[in-house]
Ligand binder design. Structure first.
Ligand SMILES: Cc1ncc(COP(=O)(O)O)c(C=O)c1O
Length: 291
């Protein structure tokens, strides 16, 4: 057999199928299985969203290639939604629609890190971030988030981990796997430190719609002058809209980063993963269909 890419063959097996195999092998001796291995929505998408998806599937134009950064209407709708959530001025040019948040992470990481450089991960990390970086020959470093510190990174640990080959610090809040919610003040301090040390903060906000109502805003980073020089935020439609199979995510960043992020992964330049139904129906109404 001709040679295979060692960056792929050397990867550890993905953890979710491994855990699912343990569950299948478990004989129930200690009670019923509770599967926490993957954040899978436990209820279906909003009926209106199903109707939109059905209409989109019947619309021939959605079968065609779309704009690389995603459909303009969806970018505008997400920009409006984020502007309202954060009380900030986020524009469509700040948004890049991707095939899921996992691809958003790859776009963000490849926009800022080349093979041989490193991205720091808060530890424990979301396994897919580490796998994605290794696949592209980008190294990792770990910033420990111990249980006794609420699974949060300290500024001292981050500061000590930053070295000349480090391009970014990637964090997830609310966090997978620990569930830690990063306080807004900590996120602000992390962004400030990253900017001071000349690296990016990549913030995966897949679970931001699941914060308790009293949390109001996940953070105020988008209100900080020059935020686009340090922050790249990632979003997933999978959990909030219960549509993981439709592979829809987004990068929110400065227009410069959006252009660089969308210049990557040419083979994935996009078909219509940019919100089925968003073009023919009223895209803004999509955001009322979160579940
Ligand atoms: C932190 C985090 N980011 C990204 C994803 C994947 O999102 P998507 O389905 O949009 O690729 C998940 C899914 O479990 C996740 O937990």
């Amino acid at each position: 057999m001709p040679r295979l890419n060692s960056l792929i063959t050397d990867l550890a097996p993905p953890p979710i199928p491994s855990v699912q195999a343990w569950a299948r092998a478990y004989d129930g001796a200690f009670g019923p299985t509770i599967d926490l291995s993957q954040a899978v929505p436990g209820y279906p998408p909003h009926p209106d969203l199903i109707a939109m998806l059905t209409a989109a599937a019947a619309d021939l134009s959605t079968a065609a290639y779309g704009p690389i950064e995603g459909d303009r209407a969806l970018r505008e709708a997400l920009a409006d939604d984020e502007s309202a959530l954060y009380g900030a001025a986020i524009a469509a040019d700040n948004i890049h629609i991707t095939s899921g948040c996992n691809q958003a992470f790859i776009c963000a990481a490849l926009a800022v890190a080349e093979p041989g450089s490193r991205v720091l991960l808060s530890n424990p990390f979301y396994f897919n971030h580490e796998t994605s970086l290794r696949m592209f020959g980008v190294g990792t470093g770990l910033v420990d988030c111990p249980a006794e510190g609420g699974f949060l990174p300290s500024l001292e640990a981050l500061d000590a981990a930053i070295a000349p080959d480090v391009r970014a610090f990637a964090v997830v809040s609310p966090n997978n796997p620990t569930g830690a919610v990063y306080p807004p003040a900590l996120l602000a301090a992390l962004l400030e430190l990253c900017r001071r040390r000349g690296i990016w903060l990549i913030l995966d906000e897949t679970y931001r719609d699941f914060l308790p109502a009293e949390a109001k805003q996940p953070h105020d980073l988008f209100l900080r002058p020059g935020w686009g020089d340090g922050l790249i935020s990632l979003y997933s439609f999978s959990k909030s809209f219960c549509v993981p199979g439709y592979r829809l995510g987004a990068v929110t960043a400065s227009p410069v980063v959006v252009r660089r992020a969308s210049a990557r992964l040419p083979s994935q330049r996009r078909s219509r993963s940019s919100a089925p139904g968003a073009r023919q129906t009223e895209p803004k109404s999509l955001f009322a269909r979160r579940r």
